[in-house]
Design a protein around this ligand. Structure first.
Ligand code: KIV
Ligand code: ZN
Length: 514
């Protein structure tokens, strides 16, 4: 039988980033989007443009700069969302508008308070409006997996008639079982024969740990687009892990019989990059990209692997681009070496950013610091992690700290909050505590510092300080931020201010969504 082409739709930058702790700056999104293009995903969902000015800007920048994949933006089924989405994606050579409306009984009655017919009308109007802008329109009946089969089919039929070219069936709350989800896809093809003329997609969440299994069951049932996120990140238990889906389709091609455009050798880099920029660690034993995925520690396994790798390895580390870290940076290494090392880690950066990083590396080297791989990654992360001007509600203008033996550490800080200069002083148990207390006097008191970690990146008293903090808002959404500096106090103040900005950006996004 002829192989089917499967479209890989990556939503790391939209659904993945929707988990508060993962929020990314525009720069970081661009870096990830370039790497996704190298991985060879077919579609990048770059964000939700109406959600905030930051989201809009990120989608626009990705659309403008990232060549290869289709660039998609998300929009609810209303004119304002769709118009704003088009304004951002229109810069791509291959733009897509993805519009959605919830269809399950609980969403219809409790969230939307709309009748079945009203929802179909809104879906049709949304698809038609999107179609007025671009030919590539995706429609999703949100919470499809909990929608009655016949009503789901009625909505899909109407969306196809209105011009949708991709119909996405989401398991929004990760409720389905694999066989049941596959049956839903079979049912759709049976009751809506015109579905054969469009792309049928699936989008599964992982609340019961079934996201990958459900997605693959749907592919076996005839779906030709799969949505997911790198490392399976996303709200709650996350989205389907896109690298696991890819490696299932590749490793078990004998079973699925499909074609993919992906270069699997870019998987490991992409995973490391997303983990490094979101601050969300990959669990050691995670399938495909966990550090243990290819470690054969048990004696019996080692014995078998030494005789023939195939005894215990169904795919090789090389298949996913796990080559080991071999490039070493010396004190005199220039831009090329820095750029090559960062490429190994999935960072493909423009010349200006590489120059900025190399300058900081040289500054460090001049201070007699021996430079190690992790120093360079930390500096790159710090530079790409900068928030854009629009995203900086709070700026650290200056600070001073006085500390010593037999005295109470005291700090003073000058911040610019929404353009207004504010000054405060604080004391603390140590210098970091003192500066944190000073900053906290000037910002939203509902934000609370939940966690503070200080790591010396490489050995010695001259090590770079890598500070990561976690703060929460009144709804207990968590925001993670990191900063690197030779000065521990400066790194701490920078990380706290970044975290506050991330929380304020998220708040603005939620307010804009109403
Ligand atoms: O999970 C979901 O239903 C979504 C839709 C917007 C596709 O993310
Ligand atoms: Zn989702």
């Amino acid at each position: 039988m002829e192989k089917r082409n499967i479209i890989i739709f990556d939503t790391t930058l939209r659904d993945g980033e929707q988990s508060p702790g993962a929020s990314l700056t525009t720069n970081e999104k661009l870096v990830i989007a370039h790497q996704l293009a190298r991985l060879g995903v077919d579609v990048i969902e770059a964000g939700f443009p109406i959600a905030s000015d930051g989201d809009f800007e990120a989608v626009k920048q990705v659309a403008r700069n990232v060549k290869g994949p289709t660039i998609c933006g998300l929009a609810r089924a209303n004119d304002g969302d769709i118009d704003r989405c088009w304004e951002a994606v229109k810069y791509s050579q291959k733009p897509r508008i993805h519009t959605f409306i919830a269809t399950s009984k609980v969403h219809r009655e409790k969230k939307l308070q709309k009748s079945k017919d009203e929802i179909i009308d809104l879906a049709v109007k949304a698809v038609k409006r999107a179609k007025g802008y671009c030919s590539d329109v995706e429609f999703s009946p949100e919470d499809a997996a909990r929608t009655s089969l016949d009503y789901m089919c009625a909505v899909v039929k109407a969306a196809i008639a209105a011009g949708a070219t991709t119909i996405n069936i989401p398991d929004t709350v990760g409720y389905s079982e694999p066989e049941e989800f596959a049956n839903r896809i079979h049912y759709l093809f049976e009751k809506v024969p015109e579905a054969k003329n469009v792309v049928v997609s699936v989008h599964c969440h992982n609340d019961l740990g079934n996201a990958v299994a459900n997605s693959l069951a749907a592919v076996a049932a005839g779906a030709t687009q799969v949505e997911g996120c790198i490392n399976g990140i996303g709200e709650r238990a996350g989205n389907a892990s896109i690298e696991e889906i890819i490696m299932n389709l590749v490793t078990r091609n004998d079973y699925y019989n499909v074609n993919l455009n992906v270069n699997t050798k870019e998987i490991y880099k992409t995973s490391r990059l997303v983990s490094s920029l979101t601050g969300i660690d990959v669990q050691r034993n995670k399938a495909v990209v966990g550090v243990n995925a290819f470690a054969h520690e048990a004696g019996i396994h080692q014995h078998g692997v030494l005789k023939s790798k195939q005894t215990y390895e169904i795919m090789t580390p090389e298949d996913v681009g796990w080559t080991g870290e071999n490039l070493v940076i010396g004190k005199h290494s220039g831009k090329h070496a820095v750029s090559a090392l960062l490429e190994e880690e999935g960072f493909r950066l423009d010349k200006e950013t590489i120059t900025q990083i190399t300058d900081r590396v040289k500054e460090l080297a001049d201070k007699e610091k021996s430079i190690e791989r992790d120093d360079i990654i930390a500096i790159a992360r710090d530079i790409t992690h900068q928030l854009s001007e629009d995203e900086q509600f709070v700026k650290l203008e200056e600070f001073s700290v006085v500390t010593g033996s037999n005295m109470t550490p005291t700090a003073s800080v000058k911040l610019r909050v929404n353009g207004e200069v504010k000054i405060a002083a604080g004391i603390g148990d140590g210098p970091v505590d003192a500066i944190s207390n000073a900053i906290w006097q000037l910002v939203d008191p509902s934000l609370k510092l939940q966690d503070y970690h200080l790591k010396a990146i490489t050995g010695g008293t001259d090590a770079l300080a890598d500070v990561s903090i976690k703060l929460s808002d009144e709804q207990f959404n968590m925001f993670v931020a990191r900063a690197v500096d030779e000065d521990v106090i400066q790194a701490s103040a920078k990380a706290i201010v970044k975290g506050i900005n991330k929380a304020l950006n998220y708040k603005e996004k939620i307010l804009a969504q109403g």
